[in-house]
Design a protein around this ligand. Structure first.
Ligand code: ZN
Length: 196
């Protein structure tokens, strides 16, 4: 089977989000492709600094307002969201008007992967995935201990991205063992571009 045209371009962004969301993203691109809509991921993980720059745009720096989320308040800051564009016939990313019927295909194929679609808050290109965790919990680094969700979030924790964010936001209050600590340090170094 041929690859959807947006897949390769999407990979740098999908590589920046949690591995489960990455898998869902790949399936999302394929599912939309099978319904005749080519999408490309144009944004994934965003550092707290880049979220701040984005928030400043249209407020204290030039440009139009593009987000209402302050650093930590966006699922992008936790490696748990990505944004897409629709490819035109020249495979260039476009953001058609909200009345374009292709958005429903893009949205529904994402929802079928268990993602939340940003349509409910008027952000059609946006998808996020955060099983039974609120943004407040994500910011505080809370891991519910009981239930399978605790295991899922344990996986998120060790995988690095959530861990790195929690490290930045709440490290003094987080109890972690040495092995996880090492993983966090590695993840933070990777995110900040510091060598280990
Ligand atoms: Zn988004």
């Amino acid at each position: 089977m041929a690859n959807p045209p947006g897949l390769l371009q999407s990979m740098p962004y999908l590589d920046s989000v949690h591995s489960t969301l990455k898998k869902k993203g790949i399936a999302h691109i394929n599912a939309a492709y099978n319904k005749g809509v080519n999408i490309v991921v144009t944004s994934g993980y965003r550092s707290l600094n880049s979220q701040q720059s984005l928030y400043n745009q249209g407020r204290t720096t030039p440009g139009e307002i593009v987000t209402n989320a302050q650093p930590g308040d966006s699922w992008h800051n936790h490696g748990l969201a990505y944004d897409v564009a629709i490819l035109n016939s020249n495979n260039q990313p476009t953001w058609p008007s909200k009345s374009d019927p292709r958005w429903e295909i893009v949205g529904n194929t994402g929802i079928n992967q268990g993602l939340n679609w940003g349509k409910s808050f008027d952000d059609y290109p946006h998808f996020d995935w955060h099983p039974e965790i609120t943004i407040t919990e994500a910011k505080l680094g809370i891991i519910p201990k009981s239930s399978s969700i605790g295991q899922v979030l344990g996986g998120l924790f060790i995988s690095g991205f959530m861990a790195a964010i929690w490290y930045n936001l709440n490290y003094p209050n987080t109890r972690i063992n040495r092995k996880v600590n090492k993983e966090i340090t590695k993840a933070v170094n990777k995110l900040t571009g510091r060598s280990a």
